[in-house]
Design a protein around this ligand. Structure first.
Ligand code: ADP
Ligand code: XUL
Length: 533
């Protein structure tokens, strides 16, 4: 087959700050990358980092229609660049996890009858019963989490059923809050989608089903039976089962592209769509891991995750059904204060330059002369605390650090916490563990060196930091070709080792972790404290 006709696979990532699109051919070679950034490409929505943080500081939302308009822009941009939509044979995608979209009664018909003469956002303008989607950064549902845990028999029981105790950002708790506080909007909601299944709906022109892996981030799915848990559904809202629809395996083909896409952009009528999933599950596919690898994703959120052969219930972290093989699982811990916190420190202390930020990291000693900072710009997940804290080597609070110390402090404390909670979740890292780094900040070698020093293991990266979009391409190929996933990723480029632990790192970070743990414990749970003043 000549290059003009070769099959192409599209992977989309509806992430917190942008929509990314990656296209590969059958040899897994990337032939196109396009992105639309919410803050800069859609300034009319006035988002910061893709979100709106409400006045109470804990409610965090994104206008659902902004995602639709961003998708219009993405497709228009690709069309202007002459992208060969007609060569796409299959598409899959990812979405930031836990966020929910509320489609108003009647919108199913609108989706099924889209006209190619107008854009998606023009036609879906009035399609949402709740116009602002609660997203994964929201921490406003503590009361609902406790109510759900109580109704099913406690936090550990909820973790046994759904893979996680009650977490504020988890969709079931968000739905419970809406059904209790906005009953009339809840009533006129025809379908509740995750960001992933919402995005898939835009492609197939109908409500797309939620997949088992992203569905595991809701506190609603029984991850053993792989069915909605009747107890959890009942606790979170009336008639919830019909509002959520059926679930599908993450590798299932859910339909073909809509007439709208065929008419407006010249998609091939036979192009299939594989169920969309969460960005972290999609990243698992995108790094093509071996059993035992630990993956650290450094995007808007930082996450650590790995492939699990069997599940165990814990109060820390999460278990999701594995997106590649739904008979196995993946474990994950998520941290809210990731890239945006590092970016703030870069702007305040390193004149807005990642190069200067990296120089500070390289020129300060491991262990930072005993200084420890804790940076929870927004309410963290574990612990549930907010504020900025500086401690000197005697564990005394100080008001600030010099700029270079601040830069090292933010990276050291973030990475110590990543390792500490990963171990609490039962994920083990030894000197032979491969740490696969991905996400925006994995471009930064100085940060990767600190990760290697703190984790005491070698760090590897691939050429492409967009593992969620790339993983979506792989999942599209997997779903369409129906072969083993290992066959799909056979020619996935081997990641390169970019950092090994420095001599002496192990002892320094062992001691620092003990101090960090004790200092973190002193932070008031569930309160907002700021020691900067
Ligand atoms: P998301 O998928 O959540 O939108 P990405 O994985 O694309 O996020 O990561 C975006 C982040 O990457 C930005 O917020 C930025 O802070 C970070 N980033 C980009 N380049 C660098 C760099 N050289 N060093 C550290 N962080 C970086
Ligand atoms: C994972 C989580 C975040 C979002 C956004 O549990 O909340 O990683 O998926 O990336």
């Amino acid at each position: 087959m000549d290059a003009e006709e070769a099959r192409l696979f599209l992977g989309l990532d509806f992430s917190t700050q942008q929509i990314k699109a990656v296209t590969i051919n059958d040899d897994l070679k990337i032939v196109n990358e396009t992105a639309v950034k919410f803050d800069t490409d859609l300034p009319e929505y006035k988002t910061q980092g893709g979100v709106h943080i409400q006045d109470d500081h804990v409610t965090v939302t994104t206008p659902s229609i902004m995602w639709v308009k961003a998708f219009d822009i993405l497709l228009d941009r690709m069309k202007e660049d002459g992208f060969p939509f007609n060569r796409l044979v299959c598409i899959s995608g990812a979405g930031q996890q836990h966020g929910s979209v509320y489609w108003k009664k009647g919108t199913k018909e609108v989706l099924k009858n889209l006209t190619e003469k107008a854009s998606l956002h023009e036609q879906l303008q009035n399609g949402f019963s709740i116009p602002d989607s609660p997203i994964w950064m929201d921490a406003s549902t503590t009361k609902n989490c406790r109510e759900l845990e109580d109704k099913v028999g406690g936090p550990l029981k909820l973790a046994e059923i759904t893979g996680s105790r009650g977490f504020e950002r988890y969709t079931g708790n968000q739905i419970m809050k809406i059904s209790q506080t906005r009953p009339s909007e809840y009533e006129i909601t025809e379908r509740i989608s995750l960001v992933s299944s919402f995005a898939a709906s835009l492609l197939i022109g109908d409500y797309a089903p939620i997949d088992l892996s992203d569905g595991s981030g809701m506190n609603l799915l029984d991850i053993t039976t792989k069915k909605w848990s009747p107890k959890c559904l009942q606790a979170c809202g009336s008639d919830l089962s019909s509002k959520l629809g059926d679930m599908v395996s993450s590798k299932q083909i859910i339909g073909s592209v809509s007439q709208f896409l065929i008419g407006r952009y010249n998609f091939n009528p036979s192009c299939k769509v594989v169920a969309f999933t969460g960005d972290n599950p999609a990243s698992l596919a995108g790094v093509a891991p071996k059993l035992g690898d630990a993956i650290i994703s450094l995007g808007s959120s930082d996450t650590v995750f790995s492939w699990l052969s069997r599940q165990t219930a814990e109060l820390e972290g999460h278990i999701f059904v594995n997106p590649i093989d739904s008979d196995t699982y993946m474990s994950l811990v998520c941290f809210k204060n990731g890239s945006l916190t590092r970016e703030r420190i870069k702007n305040e202390c390193a004149e807005g330059s990642w190069d200067k930020f990296s120089d500070y990291l390289k020129n300060t000693p491991m262990g930072n002369n005993g200084n420890i900072g804790i940076y929870f710009d927004v309410m963290e997940i574990q612990p549930l605390a907010q504020g900025i804290f500086h401690f000197n080597k005697s564990n005394e609070k100080v008001s600030s650090f010099p700029h270079d110390v601040e830069v090292r402090a933010v990276i050291e404390s973030q990475m110590i916490a990543r390792k500490m909670y990963m171990e609490m979740r039962g994920m083990h890292v030894g000197p032979d563990t491969r740490i696969l780094a991905t996400g925006g900040a994995s471009l930064n070698k100085a940060i990767l060196q600190v990760i290697s020093d703190v984790f005491g293991a070698p760090v590897f990266v691939s050429d492409i930091p967009n593992s969620a979009a790339l993983g979506s391409c792989y999942r599209a190929k997997h779903g369409l070709d129906g072969c083993e996933f290992t066959d799909v990723v056979r020619s996935h480029p081997q990641p390169e080792c970019v950092a090994v632990p420095a001599e002496g790192a192990r002892q320094i970070y062992k001691e620092m972790t003990v101090r960090y743990k004790a200092l973190e414990k002193t932070l008031a749970n569930n309160s907002r404290v700021d020691s900067r003043t």
